[in-house]
Ligand binder design. Structure first.
Ligand code: NAD
Ligand code: ZN
Length: 244
């Protein structure tokens, strides 16, 4: 393992441009459960009810109560050493992009700036009927379900649900950052949810070096250059070089 860590550190220290993709695993050590694991947030709920626009239309109050619980949980959590290591990496590299599937905003709280939120952000709400959108950090929420100040329509969380489309401009920005990078780091993500799951493979396809960090091997691990098994909070601080 020590050898792999040294190798990853060398690769990162030589790289000018780095794209990082993070998933729920990096926030697990801050105390935010992943969705699929043993204590996963979806264990007790049916994702069709809480994470689809149809489920939301059927029962907005039920969905908002679930999201209210998640907002309350996240509001008490703080970034961990894995998040802070990525802030250091952004400081020392000329080109750095952080693509995250997380909706918890902890990368921004830690201090990263160039972030692409592939699946949205739990602290934003938008109207189902008009273009109204707002940042809303209320815990507890003043009304459940919250309504639009513009047209009284229903507000939904700005998170990507099953069968929602991710804007093409967002995907484009991810691909451009991969193109501009020498190295891609894939951190704490299961590699099941598309389009994130394919991004490491695309990076490989266009000749980039891909390093993965996860508790266990993912479905795409055999295709990557280096796979470091362990906790993101332990490994990331060890592989981030302190020189430019
Ligand atoms: P996932 O739950 O499918 O997978 C999490 C991955 O992290 C797993 O591969 C697991 O082995 C790994 N992992 C867990 N703890 C780890 C640790 N301490 N160190 C290293 N790796 C660890 O999560 P996903 O791939 O991100 O996809 C799930 C979807 O759910 C995402 O789209 C995301 O939007 C959403 N989600 C977000 C949050 C959040 O914002 N914090 C939390 C749960 C789910
Ligand atoms: Zn509206």
């Amino acid at each position: 393992m020590e050898e792999l860590i040294q190798k990853a550190k060398e690769i990162l220290s030589r790289a000018r441009g780095i794209t990082v993709l993070t998933g729920a695993g990096i926030s697990a050590e801050s105390g935010i459960p992943t969705f699929r694991g043993e204590d996963g947030l979806w264990k007790k709920y049916n994702p069709e009810d809480i994470d689809t626009a149809d489920g939301f239309r059927r029962n907005p109050k039920y969905v908002w109560e679930w999201y209210y619980g998640l907002r309350e949980l996240i509001s008490k959590k703080e970034p961990n050493p894995g998040h802070y290591a990525l802030v250091m990496l952004e400081k020392i590299k000329p080109y750095f992009t952080l693509i995250t599937q997380n909706i918890d905003d902890l990368h921004r709280t830690a201090g990263n700036a160039n972030i692409i939120e592939l699946h949205g952000n739990i602290w934003w709400m938008r109207c189902m009927d008009c273009s109204y959108i707002e940042e809303n950090r209320e815990v507890p929420l003043a009304e459940i379900p919250p309504t639009c100040k513009n047209c009284s329509g229903l507000l939904r969380p700005v998170v990507v649900w099953f069968r929602d489309n991710i804007p093409l401009s967002t995907i484009d920005a991810c691909l451009l950052s991969i193109e501009d990078s020498d190295v891609m780091l894939i951190v704490g993500t299961s590699g099941i949810v598309e389009p994130a799951a394919s991004m490491g493979l695309i990076a490989k396809h266009v000749g980039k070096t891909v390093i993965e960090i996860n508790l266990e091997e993912s479905i795409n691990s055999p295709k990557y250059d280096l796979v470091l098994l362990g906790k993101t909070g332990d490994i990331l601080p060890k592989i981030i070089p302190i020189n430019k």
